[in-house]
Design a protein around this ligand. Structure first.
Ligand SMILES: [Zn+2]
Length: 112
């Protein structure tokens, strides 16, 4: 069968509608979201997007929650999540850290 949509891939289903830019963007997103991704549990390239943010591994049956269109979250999201976790930890251990911080300063003064 002849290859119909060499340039735009799956976005070729829209024909000439909606504008080149939008069709190209959709093509880029669908190219990534429709490939087999590596499973973080069993390392097999068998994870497919089931729904928005839901990924399923065909090999080990693992169901994963992640980004909408890519299995690995974007760098900005990862940073945001790690910052939120660090902030939550700091809040949980807040009073302990305040107690700990003056102690080294006092020890430094005694040494002098
Ligand atoms: Zn797996």
């Amino acid at each position: 069968m002849a290859k119909r949509t060499k340039k735009v891939g799956s976005a070729g289903r829209f024909g000439a509608r909606y504008g080149v830019r939008i069709r190209k963007r959709i093509g880029d997103v669908e190219r990534v979201s429709k490939i087999w991704h590596e499973c973080p549990k069993c390392k097999a390239a068998a994870v497919k997007r089931q729904a928005n943010g839901i990924w399923v591994c065909r090999h080990c049956g693992a169901q994963l929650a992640s980004s909408s269109y890519v299995l690995t979250a974007p760098v900005a999201v990862k940073r945001e999540v790690s910052e939120a976790i660090a902030a939550a930890k700091a809040r949980a251990e807040g009073p302990k850290e305040i107690e700990k911080t003056p102690e080294p300063a006092e020890e430094e003064l005694k040494e002098r």
